[in-house]
Design a protein around this ligand. Structure first.
Ligand SMILES: Cc1cc2nc3c(=O)[nH]c(=O)nc-3n(C[C@H](O)[C@H](O)[C@H](O)COP(=O)(O)O)c2cc1C
Length: 202
């Protein structure tokens, strides 16, 4: 990885960037390496390692967003479809999409093994997925990409899973769209930090 950004600069600079283009600041191998390091090192509850990541680049990314359009067409009211189409073409304008799945098999094994924690485990599985999502969102920023997070699950799950031979038991949690930055993020407001964090014992 070539990034020279410190961890906290990437945390600060990460934003939802919707205006993306098909230019990549790094090689596909560097993207693959970033995803590989994320799946190796992002934490998961009880070290379950239940995250499953599917990276779609270039044409495969386009196919995914064409698919989303196809499945939404019959379900979105006709008068709203033009807006949906416009939004989807914005995502399609990017370079790649990472699909975040969770494999329920290792989660179910742990639920059976540790019934006392079982009720919390589905939520912890979601938290683990979110950690992978965030590492990659900030990691892609550090590499010079813009990215935004989408949730076209569950409408797209079956079609995408059939198309890319992804086990149907896996559960899709989110889609991280990324590409060259073609615009600025929207203005962001911040609630007072004092209402949101508390330090004792300083
Ligand atoms: C758990 C989570 C779910 C989100 N889901 C979506 C989504 O479905 N679509 C979308 O456009 N943005 C989504 N976002 C992006 C947020 O709207 C965005 O992060 C927030 O407004 C702050 O802006 P920033 O990302 O530029 O800092 C999501 C963010 C988080 C953390």
């Amino acid at each position: 990885m070539t990034s020279s950004k410190s961890f906290f600069n990437a945390v600060k600079d990460r934003r939802s960037i919707y205006a993306l283009n098909k230019e990549s600041p790094v090689s596909d191998e560097a993207i693959e390496e970033l995803v590989k390091q994320t799946i190796l090192h992002a934490p998961s509850f009880f070290n379950t390692q239940s995250a499953r990541l599917v990276v779609l680049l270039k044409k495969e990314h386009d196919v995914f967003w064409d698919m989303v359009k196809e499945v939404l067409k019959p379900v979105v009211p006709e008068d709203q479809f033009a807006a949906t189409e416009q939004r989807l073409s914005m995502f399609r304008g990017g370079y790649g999409t990472i699909l975040f799945f969770e494999d329920p098999a290792p989660v179910n094994d742990l639920m059976a093994k540790y019934p006392i924690y079982a009720d919390n485990m589905p939520a912890w599985s979601q938290h683990g997925s979110a950690m992978h999502q965030y590492v990659l969102w900030a990691g892609l920023e550090a590499e010079g990409f813009g990215a935004n997070l989408q949730h076209y699950n569950p409408v797209i799950d079956q079609k995408a899973q059939n198309h890319w031979n992804i086990p149907l038991e896996w559960s899709l949690k989110a889609q991280l769209v990324f590409g060259g930055k073609a615009g600025e993020p929207n203005e962001k407001t911040y609630k007072p930090v004092e209402e949101r964090m508390f330090v004792y014992g300083k």
